[in-house]
Design a protein around this ligand. Structure first.
Ligand SMILES: *[C@@H]1O[C@H](CO)[C@@H](O)[C@H](O)[C@H]1NC(C)=O
Ligand SMILES: *[C@@H]1O[C@H](CO)[C@@H](O)[C@H](O)[C@H]1NC(C)=O
Ligand SMILES: *[C@@H]1O[C@H](CO)[C@@H](O)[C@H](O)[C@H]1NC(C)=O
Ligand SMILES: *[C@@H]1O[C@H](CO)[C@@H](O)[C@H](O)[C@H]1NC(C)=O
Ligand SMILES: *[C@@H]1O[C@H](CO)[C@@H](O)[C@H](O)[C@H]1NC(C)=O
Length: 357
């Protein structure tokens, strides 16, 4: 009876097993179970938790400095998070010479990853989701993502450091990620967008929320609009609602490719801070005004030049009259001077006389 209780204790409500009738059967089962338990222990890394039924292995907050080498082959979802793995070296996921053929989801957020070497994800032919968010990437080799032919989702949220974000994306060869459908670059303080981002033709979602974009250049908008399948997310960027926003503004008004268009707000200039971009009027961007100002300055210049020419002509046509007039003035001056001279001499006489006296 006691043995039977033990059996029930181990198996709970499981209906998969028949409750054994004979004690020796029970012993065999217990031994089998212990064997299985030790085997699982052996197959699972000591720093990870293995859930074979869910095909999931998690290695959380273990302060690991390297990826565990003894990850069981059946793993489909591997979550390594909250560790201190600064470098993903070549073949980092090749466990003891074999590869994790079934691995489909690899979550590596918050591991202080700074460097991803070439061929780091070698031997993961079925990987579909790769989360590298909340790391501190400083360097990604051009060949880092080599071999990830089936990768659908790549997340690099809050992972690219300020100075190298754009450069990393530029050197990244997205052509290799031919199946990529979703690229997440949220929270990376990116202030401009590299054109290389759009090499992947299958991309359907591009998350650029919470960056430092003031606008998006016309060249890039053209690429997006030509690539009809892509959806671009732009919320939480400090958009500058002046003339530089014009192309983006006109596109937003008339596209379904930006699902969060209705939530985009101006950050500057100050008078428009907080205004919804789609609530703006074209004249708020003050593009026309700038043109009008140029035109009016040109017009003023022409008018001034004309006046100058007319003035010179008048002078030229009246040159004789002017000459006469100048002569008159000169004569008048001379007369005046003479009178003055005479008076001076006359006035000085008495003084001279008194000196003589
Ligand atoms: C992480 O590892 C590096 C060396 O690889 C070490 O310098 C650093 O102190 C570690 N950080 C933590 C929080 O353990
Ligand atoms: C790696 O494989 C070799 C033989 O291929 C074996 O002797 C060794 O025990 C394995 N190491 C681990 C950690 O599984
Ligand atoms: C990345 O950020 C976006 C936007 O905040 C979010 O929707 C997505 O779930 C994030 N991805 C991960 C893997 O955290
Ligand atoms: C934006 O990203 C920063 C990190 O760069 C994060 O601290 C902040 O919570 C994010 N804001 C939103 C609204 O997602
Ligand atoms: C708006 O989009 C439609 C098709 O979606 C296009 O025919 C039209 O020319 C666009 N208008 C402007 C101003 O871009």
């Amino acid at each position: 009876m006691a043995r039977r209780k033990l059996w029930l204790y181990f198996h709970g409500n499981s209906t998969a097993f028949r409750i054994p009738k004979r004690p020796c059967f029970c012993w065999v089962s217990v031994i089998c179970m212990l064997y299985l338990l030790t085997r699982t222990d052996f197959a699972c890394s000591s720093s990870c938790d293995c859930f074979e039924n869910a095909r999931t292995v998690t290695c959380l907050d273990m302060n690991l400095s390297k990826l565990p080498q003894d990850i069981p082959m059946w793993v489909e979802t591997l979550k390594v998070s909250g560790n201190n793995i600064t470098t993903l070296t070549r073949g980092a996921f090749a466990t003891n010479g074999t590869s994790l053929h079934h691995l489909a989801t690899l979550l590596l957020s918050g591991n202080n990853v700074q460097c991803i070497e070439a061929f780091a994800f070698e031997g993961l032919p079925n990987l579909k989701t790769l989360d590298l968010s909340s790391n501190r990437l400083l360097y990604i080799s051009d060949d880092a993502f080599f071999g990830l032919h089936k990768l659908n989702i790549l997340s690099l949220n809050t992972s690219l450091s300020y100075s190298v974000g754009n450069q990393i994306i530029n050197t990244l060869t997205f052509e290799r990620l031919s199946s990529l459908t979703r690229l997440e670059l949220s929270g990376n303080k990116m202030s401009s967008l590299p054109t290389k981002l759009f090499a992947s033709q299958n991309l359907k979602a591009l998350d650029l929320t919470n960056n430092s974009l003031k606008t998006v250049e016309a060249e890039i908008i053209l690429k997006w609009s030509q690539h009809e399948k892509i959806r671009v997310y732009l919320q939480f960027n400090p958009l500058m609602c002046d003339c530089s926003l014009e192309t983006l503004y006109l596109w937003l008004e008339n596209t379904t490719q930006v699902p969060d268009a209705g939530h985009l707000r101006c950050f500057g200039p100050e008078r428009l801070n907080g205004t919804l971009v789609l609530k703006l009027k074209t004249e708020d961007l003050q593009c026309g005004n700038a043109d009008l100002e140029t035109v009016s300055y040109v017009f003023l210049g022409i008018v001034l030049a004309l006046i100058g020419v007319i003035f010179l002509m008048v002078l030229y046509l009246n040159r004789k009259g002017i000459k006469r007039w100048l002569n008159n003035i000169r004569e008048a001056c001379r007369d005046q001077m003479e009178v003055y001279h005479y008076r001076y001499e006359h006035d000085s006489d008495p003084r001279l006389a008194s000196v003589a006296v």
